[in-house]
Design a protein around this ligand. Structure first.
Ligand code: AMP
Length: 416
């Protein structure tokens, strides 16, 4: 038997209804806040990700699904969405009409990480991006939307963690201070961090290895190195979050794995997911659009881990159970053809009808109706057709009654 690829998964009926509900809730919220959907391809030229995410990140170094196509061009299954949204914004000159754009997109991402609970090789994200706004209020709006979505999905155990990563003005000074600290403590770092120390020192800050955590206790804080403009930006973020009653924690060790982040960075963490406690992450990436060849445009965004959200959304799954309003048990070929016509017509009127296509006994059809959770069963045999009245059985009360054929639709609607 051919099995699916390791780290990939199927989302089966029974589970998929929850995903649909989450998606519906997210879409409604985005539309209310003025976001427009954008759909981007799942493959891009490799250089787009290498350039935007950064060569020295785990994603680009070891997690991308990259392969040459038949003409030898290197292409990559997207590991995240922001780079493609920016590429699209630039390529279609979306800034020409109005430089301020709010986008959302929902779809699969691919990273060849070590699979474990909450970490997959194909996973889904819900992304939102606000392009063209440098005001800190755009960052705050995103955090507000995230927490509103989680509350609408009855996710209770969530907390917003925020930090600032500074900008190209102030970050180099911080990196120098951090590198100095790392050189003196390198003996205590894990092998990954020994490598990161020189190439991407910020990443050492959020390494989860206990020895690294201990080693980083006295590390310098970016917040002590912010330039006046970044400092003011961060103060406004904190003030506005307080003003709209959003609780948050400042976490000076919070950095993002992606190179293009500047200033505000945030993560929504939950206590319900064990080791993979980040259910969403995001922040500002003011330099990216220019770096990709577009106009100098500030931007900010987030990505929600859809798979992780689906695990903690506390929605009552029985609400989504799809059961037929009516199961039609027909006996004999002729009657089956007749009820098939009814079933098609009723489907157009929004009645969920199901039937047996094969030649099965009444007993086995009743069993199937029961298995499907049908609320009612219509029994149609030669006698019924002759008399112009069919039998309607209520599957809960088990009461049966004879109904003239012309009244059937009305009765089904009345009772479903
Ligand atoms: P990132 O794009 O790395 O900032 O990730 C944003 C969010 O996507 C994270 O907070 C996770 O919830 C989710 N995520 C990232 N990688 C994975 C993965 N391999 N499997 C499942 N969810 C993931």
């Amino acid at each position: 038997m051919i099995q699916l690829i390791k780290g990939f998964k199927d989302i089966l009926p029974g589970e998929v209804e929850l995903w649909q509900e989450i998606e519906k809730t997210a879409r409604a919220l985005f539309e209310d806040f003025g976001f427009k959907e954008i759909r981007i391809p799942i493959m891009e030229r490799t250089e787009l990700f290498a350039k935007s995410i950064g060569e020295d990140t785990d994603i680009v170094e070891k997690e991308m699904y990259t392969f040459p196509d038949r003409k030898g061009e290197l292409i990559t299954l997207r590991p995240e969405a922001t780079a493609s949204v920016c590429r699209s914004y630039i390529q279609h000159k979306l800034y020409a009409k109005d430089p301020v754009r709010k986008f959302y997109t929902i779809g699969p991402m691919f990273r060849r990480e070590r699979p474990q609970k909450g970490r997959y090789r194909q996973f889904y994200q819900i992304n939102a991006e606000i392009i063209g706004v440098d005001s800190p209020l755009a960052d705050v709006e995103l955090i507000f939307i995230l927490l509103t979505l989680f509350s609408r999905l009855s996710v209770s155990d969530v907390a917003a963690h925020i930090n600032s990563l500074g900008c190209p003005e102030c970050r180099p000074e911080f990196k120098t201070a951090l590198s100095g600290f790392l050189t003196s403590s390198s003996g205590n770092l894990c092998s990954d961090c020994v490598r990161r120390k020189d190439r991407n020192p910020l990443r050492v800050l959020d390494c989860k290895v206990p020895a690294c955590r201990t080693a980083m206790t006295g590390a310098p804080s970016i917040l002590d190195h912010l330039c006046p403009a970044c400092n003011e930006h961060f103060e406004i973020v904190k003030g506005a979050l307080k003003a709209i009653n959003v609780p948050f924690t400042v976490d000076k060790k919070l950095v993002r794995g992606l190179d293009y982040y500047t200033r505000t960075t945030f993560e929504i963490q939950t206590g319900e997911l064990g080791a993979q406690n980040a259910v969403a992450g995001g922040g500002r990436y003011d330099g990216l659009i220019k770096a990709l060849g577009g106009p100098d445009t500030p931007a900010t965004g987030f990505a929600i881990g859809f798979d992780r959200l689906a695990e903690i959304a506390d929605l009552n799954r029985t609400d989504f159970a799809q059961t037929p309003d009516i199961y039609i048990a027909a006996l004999g070929e002729k009657n089956r053809s007749l009820v098939f016509e009814w079933k098609c017509a009723w489907g157009l009127e929004g009645i969920k009808a199901d039937m047996e296509f094969g030649d099965k006994s009444l007993k086995s059809q009743m069993k199937r109706a029961h298995r499907l959770g049908a609320k009612q069963v219509l029994i149609v045999g030669d006698n019924e057709i002759k008399q112009g009245a069919v039998i309607l059985r209520d599957m809960t009360t088990k009461v049966q009654m004879s109904i003239p054929i012309e009244d059937v639709v009305e009765k089904i609607i009345e009772r479903s």
